[in-house]
Ligand binder design. Structure first.
Ligand SMILES: Nc1ncnc2c1ncn2[C@@H]1O[C@H](COP(=O)(O)OP(=O)(O)OP(=O)(O)O)[C@@H](O)[C@H]1O
Length: 245
């Protein structure tokens, strides 16, 4: 990363990770390894378990079976918390200015006050938010809020960024801004893990695709293979636009 901090988190390894709720298996045991510099797109029909999987990876949810291991088990809980970020379909923003939201996130991560201001300004500039930096975050448009969520993640300099359908509610220009942000993060060495329903977007962005159906990881393939010669009949049907469940 140009914005150098020692890499200390990846790879992320999931082994036998499953999630059950009220006697129902929502995620069947799965193994997954995410490496530095990857751009992994998570795809699958509604309710497949994409968000669940990302929330488990990010640590928002504990799996009911299996293990989530960062850097072979060698990363400290503090590093695990500080060196990753997540962006959601609807940004979760505090009731304060756009800029203050970014500064607050840096403060929560223990970044010294002077550096907070510098990094927050840099992030606002990176995402073209300077003109609206002092507006209350919650009055911003959907697209502006998503750019702010990205700026906040950018300021944190994550090693891995989880994005849960970040463009689902956006217009084409805002979608392009998010896709450019994905490239910028990736260029800076951040590993991207993102869910989308947009096949074109997956083709544009992915190195590889993790395909889930009904809580089962059906296939993980390099992007070209996923779209042109998927290994599973379910992925082939999904790519054709046929319903699968
Ligand atoms: N914390 C939770 N506790 C219990 N059930 C949950 C929890 N989170 C999600 N679920 C259920 O798990 C299933 C998978 O949900 P998830 O949100 O991961 O799907 P998804 O693939 O992201 O779907 P979509 O494409 O519709 O966003 C759903 O049936 C959902 O209701």
């Amino acid at each position: 990363m140009s914005r150098a901090e020692p890499l200390s988190l990846l790879p992320l390894e999931l082994e036998g990770v499953a999630f059950r709720h009220r006697g129902q298996t929502l995620l069947h045991p799965l193994d997954l390894r995410l490496e530095r510099n990857g751009k992994t797109l998570i795809m699958g029909p509604n309710g497949a378990g994409k968000s669940l999987l990302m929330r488990i990876c990010h640590g928002l949810l504990s799996p009911t079976a299996g293990t989530v291991r960062w850097r072979g088990g060698g990363a400290t809980p503090d590093t695990i918390r500080r060196r990753q970020a997540m962006v959601f379909q609807r940004p979760v923003l505090l009731r304060r200015s756009a800029l203050a939201n970014v500064r607050h996130a840096l403060g929560a991560q223990g970044v010294p006050r002077r550096e907070r201001a510098r990094r927050a300004d840099e992030a606002m500039e990176q995402f073209g938010l300077q003109a609206i930096a002092h507006r209350p975050a919650r009055v911003l448009s959907g697209g502006e809020q998503q750019r702010l969520a990205l700026a906040r993640a950018w300021a944190l300099r994550p090693e891995i960024l989880f994005m849960d359908e970040p463009t689902a509610a956006l217009d084409p220009a805002a979608i392009r801004a998010v896709e450019e942000a994905v490239d910028a993060f990736h260029h800076n060495g951040t590993c991207i893990v993102m869910s989308t329903h947009d096949l074109g977007q997956a083709r544009r962005l992915a190195d590889d695709v993790v395909f889930l159906v009904n809580g089962t990881l059906v296939e993980r393939s390099p992007v070209q293979q996923f779209f042109e010669a998927p290994r599973s009949a379910q992925a082939a049907a999904f790519v054709r636009g046929d319903l699968v469940w």
